[in-house]
Design a protein around this ligand. Structure first.
Ligand SMILES: Nc1nc2c(ncn2[C@@H]2O[C@H](COP(=O)(O)OP(=O)(O)OP(=O)(O)O)[C@@H](O)[C@H]2O)c(=O)[nH]1
Ligand SMILES: [Zn+2]
Length: 357
């Protein structure tokens, strides 16, 4: 079943561990209250009780022992028991993790060979990319697109610094594969900075939970601070759980975007999840067929490939090569060639040719 894909228990555990059978049924906790996980810091979870409801408030929780090794991540819907009042010194216990609609995985790295879920239930991945300074890296964008599509999330490409370079080329490159694009730029002096395109970005985020990713310097903090004025991401807010500075944390944190036109009331809340320190997303678990989902233009062609075709560079008789060669004109040929190259680069990186640039 498709749902099984999203269970972290599918992730290979380190040898010698985890062979213990798991009980399917958790003990009932009839008095449990629902909450949304917004942050994780060293075994303490910041959660929002009754999110969107009349009793909404923030509290701190720990994981109940019965959850064992199951991870709890921002975006998780959980059930709490114990003291969930949020009063000074209170500590609730998370006893259940709701079924996840989507999971976004971080790539395993040298220090941690396991691909871990970093965010659950997000609707959309927002790839923040500067048009210049730093230069956009399409390979990185492609990897993010594939990871998002694999996680069944939509993709929004937020192109910043359009005062420095023209977005047309990137827009043309990504619009055809279903990637929505918003373009922003700042103007004015530092103390009265205006962000153009912020309303488009707000509209694209409205009522959804979006994960923001982007390399250092692309302008992600500028956007997050404008969307969530209280977040103060750049300077680092003091964590209300530990009292330590947030800027030292590398875990994802969910921030509520205040409604632009307050008064709506019943509108679903808008969330952004910032992911400091996350450099790339897991692709090792992605099936090549699934990866093609990020490239509908290629997928249509690949459908007709010989049975068992890997669609890789060295695949004999792969129709994707023909599709590029048979393009009606040079411009189309170049565009198709670039798409095929992106796809094959992803395919290669998934197979262990990892790039850590
Ligand atoms: N020219 C121009 N500069 C921008 C724009 N947006 C942000 N910047 C500048 O780009 C630099 C990086 O912006 P940040 O928002 O700190 O970028 P970041 O992606 O959060 O980077 P880190 O804080 O290093 O993670 C800052 O000097 C911003 O003032 C823009 O639209 N145009
Ligand atoms: Zn093929």
């Amino acid at each position: 079943m498709a749902q099984r894909r999203y269970d972290e228990r599918d992730v290979r555990l380190r040898p010698g561990r985890g062979s213990r059978p798991r009980t399917k049924q958790r003990p009932e906790h009839a008095d449990a209250v629902p909450a949304l996980v917004t942050g994780v810091d060293r075994g303490r979870y910041t959660v929002l009780v009754d999110p969107g409801g009349p009793d909404e408030h923030r509290t701190v929780a720990m994981k109940a022992r019965e959850l064992g090794r199951d991870r709890v991540v921002p975006g998780d819907r959980v059930d709490l028991v114990g003291d969930s009042s949020g009063d000074e010194g209170s500590l609730a216990r998370i006893v259940r993790i709701g079924e996840r609609r989507t999971v976004l995985r971080r790539t395993a790295d040298d220090t941690d060979p396991v691909e871990r879920i970093i965010v659950a239930n997000a609707d959309q991945l927002v790839i923040v990319t500067a048009l210049a300074d730093p230069e956009p890296r399409t390979r990185m964008i492609d990897r993010c697109v594939a990871a998002a599509y694999d996680a069944r999330m939509d993709v929004l490409l937020a192109l910043t610094k359009s005062d420095l370079a023209d977005p047309a080329e990137l827009v043309a490159m990504y619009a055809p594969i279903g990637v929505k694009v918003v373009v922003t730029r700042t103007s004015g002096a530092a103390d009265e900075r205006v962000i153009h395109g912020l309303d488009d970005l707000r509209a694209a985020l409205a009522g959804r939970m979006s994960v923001l990713v982007g390399h250092s310097g692309v302008g992600k903090s500028t956007l997050v601070n404008a969307l969530v004025p209280t977040a103060l991401r750049a300077t680092g807010i003091v964590n209300d759980v530990t009292g330590r500075g947030r800027h030292t944390s590398t875990s994802a944190v969910a921030l509520r975007v205040p409604d632009a036109d307050a008064g709506g009331g019943s509108a679903p809340p808008t969330w952004v999840i910032d992911t400091p320190g996350v450099r790339s997303f897991g692709l090792a678990h992605v099936d090549p067929q699934h990866l093609l989902g990020a490239f509908p233009d290629l997928a249509d062609v690949a459908d007709e490939c010989p049975r068992g075709c890997t669609h890789a560079d060295d695949a004999p008789d792969c129709l994707l090569d023909e599709w590029v060669a048979d393009a009606p004109d040079d411009e189309t040929r170049a565009a198709r060639g670039a798409r095929l190259e992106s796809f094959r680069r992803l395919l290669a990186s998934r197979l262990g040719d990892t790039d850590r640039s």
